[in-house]
Design a protein around this ligand. Structure first.
Ligand code: HEC
Ligand code: HEC
Ligand code: HEC
Ligand code: HEC
Ligand code: HEC
Ligand code: HEC
Ligand code: HEC
Length: 471
């Protein structure tokens, strides 16, 4: 072997050692990258021991590339109508899709992490979507434009509660909602109680929370999201995350149960704001219920809450209710126009809850003088056919010719089905079928003129405080 050759091979050896070192160094460095650690935690949690960390790059139809899934590997697809391969992550969340650094990737996240918050929902939920088409705003059919309308609803502004408080203090002649003018919410009113001493506690204990702008009710240990997410992004009563994304802390309160948008909204979600406690106008305080404890149902674990736990948690203890007002979920009665606003009201601000109200007891039960109203579906393009819950819940098909419920305010009830004189309600949350008992022709002793819930509750009240009346 010549000296030249041996020098060459020594050099070769040195070079390959260097290269190997470099590769090892990069591997070592990569192993310390947060994203590889998130992936290792995910693999461990899912028992995928053979998998090695790898950058995950999602290419969307328009050519845009996103690396978010590299860290958020286990995250649930937000919903079948927002498929991951079409929407990716940034079409809703914003952020920096090409960065693998936690804080750089999150720079400019819409709504500080909640893209459905009302300060940003106009451009996120409002669209346009990844393909440039309008989403929940800017469509030809006003029924599809939801953002501006929900932002103006009483649940968002709290104008109804201001009206009631002002009426109680003698500051306005009726309990109607206070007209807000150009203001977006009642919390922005400079003097909601005309400068009275109660103004400050009223603002802190009432206007500041439990509405769609503030997020749902949060106590010191929990907070829940606001905007469209307040209803559509489900929380369970523990307020913690149970999905598969390891970056989301599982033991920290204030997280949705899963990364999921749904319109199968259970009563527990509405009750993040409703039925949490009682207001006192005299002291301007809000007293949280003490009876919501261990028996509060936990949703989403394949277990439907029991009748007893529903009955306990559904309403504040002094409330009256009939069977269906507990066995059904809020949205089985309250229609989309009631919770998200009605295009018919677009040009006039609602002044009272009764104007928002769409449903009455008689819409399902009829009265002693008439059976409940119904309508036959005739338009093949009717939006009721497009409801994804019909398939998700495996309900009997809905078609042209089907007969469904119809409220006296003109809303269809496509989950209340009429076959001959038989009426069946299908739960929008579980799909369970409930035969609807009909008053017409029954032994019910109501007066057909007295159809308010209060009038019915005089005889039909299952609450423990019920005092039987003579009949
Ligand atoms: C390098 C890893 C990493 C990347 C890349 C990454 N994230 Fe995150 N993300 C995290 C971690 C960790 C958290 C948990 C909260 C935190 O530490 O900020 C998180 C939290 C979030 C949250 C909740 C924020 C909050 O305050 O509630 C959102 C929303 C989110 N990420 C979206 C995205 C989107 C969209 C992308 C891509 C543009 C992305 N993430 C890319 C690691 C990452
Ligand atoms: C259709 C819109 C939409 C899409 C698409 C979407 N998200 Fe979300 N995401 C939301 C909403 C709404 C929330 C709930 C925010 C809240 O309630 O605070 C959320 C919450 C989150 C959170 C916070 C969860 C928590 O409990 O802290 C993370 C992390 C997140 N998204 C990451 C992603 C990633 C990664 C992608 C892409 C794979 C993605 N999202 C796609 C709408 C979307
Ligand atoms: C107060 C609760 C609540 C809020 C806030 C809310 N929704 Fe809804 N949404 C519902 C309910 C309940 C349904 C189902 C209505 C039904 O059963 O007919 C629904 C249905 C929907 C549907 C299904 C299709 C349709 O048009 O009926 C879409 C889409 C939707 N909401 C989008 C939004 C958007 C976007 C926002 C925010 C601007 C929003 N929602 C805010 C309660 C809410
Ligand atoms: C983020 C808190 C919050 C959530 C979540 C919420 N609500 Fe409300 N809701 C309110 C407030 C506050 C009012 C009263 C506003 C006022 O009178 O000023 C209200 C009023 C109502 C009203 C009477 C007035 C109207 O606008 O129709 C109905 C009915 C109603 N809610 C049903 C529901 C249902 C059903 C759900 C679940 C799908 C729900 N709410 C979820 C806060 C909430
Ligand atoms: C069985 C049907 C049904 C169910 C279930 C139901 N409601 Fe109602 N709700 C009604 C009817 C009917 C009215 C109108 C009352 C009247 O006729 O006086 C009403 C009135 C209301 C009002 C306005 C009156 C008021 O007291 O301020 C609110 C707010 C409300 N419901 C919220 C809810 C919430 C939240 C849930 C679920 C926790 C729910 N409802 C469940 C049928 C129902
Ligand atoms: C959306 C349809 C719907 C509305 C609106 C509705 N109910 Fe019902 N109601 C039902 C169904 C379904 C049942 C059967 C519930 C069950 O089996 O758990 C029922 C059962 C009842 C019963 C029990 C009858 C018996 O056989 O014991 C009474 C009483 C009643 N409802 C009163 C009311 C009152 C009062 C209201 C107004 C506050 C109301 N309902 C609004 C659908 C409705
Ligand atoms: C003065 C008392 C009284 C009032 C008020 C009253 N009911 Fe009844 N209701 C009855 C009695 C009694 C029955 C028969 C119970 C039985 O047959 O076991 C009944 C039966 C019913 C049934 C069951 C029908 C069946 O076939 O099983 C429904 C549903 C019902 N009522 C709804 C209502 C509604 C809705 C209102 C309010 C508009 C109302 N009731 C007001 C006394 C009353």
């Amino acid at each position: 072997m010549s000296r030249d050759m041996s020098r060459k091979s020594a050099l070769c050896l040195a070079l390959s050692l260097l290269l190997m070192g470099q590769v090892l160094f990069i591997r070592w460095q990569e192993g310390r990258e947060p994203w590889t650690q998130y992936q290792r935690r995910y693999f461990a949690a899912q028992k995928l021991s053979a998998r090695q960390p790898q950058v995950v790059s999602l290419r969307l139809p328009g050519g845009k590339v996103e690396l978010c899934l590299t860290c958020h590997l286990g995250i649930e697809e937000i919903s079948p109508s927002h498929p991951i391969e079409e929407f990716g992550c940034t079409s809703c969340h914003g952020g920096n899709p090409l960065s693998l650094d936690v804080s750089e990737a999150h720079q400019g996240l819409a709504g500080g992490g909640n893209p459905a918050a009302f300060d940003v929902a106009g451009s996120t939920c409002g669209g346009p979507g990844p393909n440039g088409a309008p989403c929940h705003e800017g469509n030809p059919d006003p029924e599809d434009n939801l953002v501006a309308r929900v932002k103006q609803s009483l649940m968002s502004t709290k104008a109804g509660e201001v009206g009631q408080a002002r009426f109680a203090l003698g500051l306005q002649p009726d309990p109607f909602a206070f007209l807000l003018g150009d203001l977006a919410t009642a919390a922005q009113l400079p003097h909601p109680l005309d400068g009275r001493s109660q103004e400050r506690p009223f603002r802190a204990n009432c206007l500041g929370r439990c509405h769609l702008n503030a997020g749902a009710y949060g106590d010191s240990s929990r907070s829940y999201s606001g905007g469209c997410a307040a209803c559509h992004y489900l929380y369970d009563p523990t307020g913690t995350y149970r999905g598969r994304d390891v970056t989301i802390p599982r033991n920290q309160k204030g997280h949705g149960a899963e990364h999921r948008l749904t319109s199968r909204i259970p009563y527990t979600q509405c009750n993040l704001c409703h039925n949490r406690g009682t207001h006192s106008l005299a002291t301007m305080t809000f007293t949280f219920r003490q009876d919501l404890g261990a028996t509060t149902p936990v949703l989403g674990q394949g277990r439907a809450p029991s009748w007893e736990s529903r009955k306990q948690a559904y309403y504040i203890p002094q409330e009256s209710y009939s069977k269906c007002e507990v066995s059904l979920d809020c949205i089985d009665c309250h229609t989309r126009h009631e919770v998200m606003g009605d295009p018919k009201d677009d040009n006039h601000p609602l002044t009272a809850k009764v104007e928002a109200q769409r449903i009455q007891c008689l819409d399902c039960h009829g009265t002693r003088s008439a059976p409940p109203a119904s309508v036959t579906l005739t338009d093949p393009n009717d939006r009721v056919f497009k409801d994804p819950r019909l398939a998700e819940l495996g309900l009997p098909p809905l078609a042209v010719g089907s007969v469904v419920g119809f409220t006296s305010r003109g809303d269809k009830l496509p989950f209340v089905r009429f076959v001959g004189t038989k009426v069946t309600l299908y739960s929008k949350v579980t799909g369970k079928a409930f035969p609807v008992p009909i008053v017409f022709g029954s032994g019910c002793e109501q007066s057909p003129e007295q159809q308010s819930a209060d009038a019915c509750h005089r005889c039909h009240d299952l609450s423990p405080n019920f005092q039987a009346t003579s009949h």
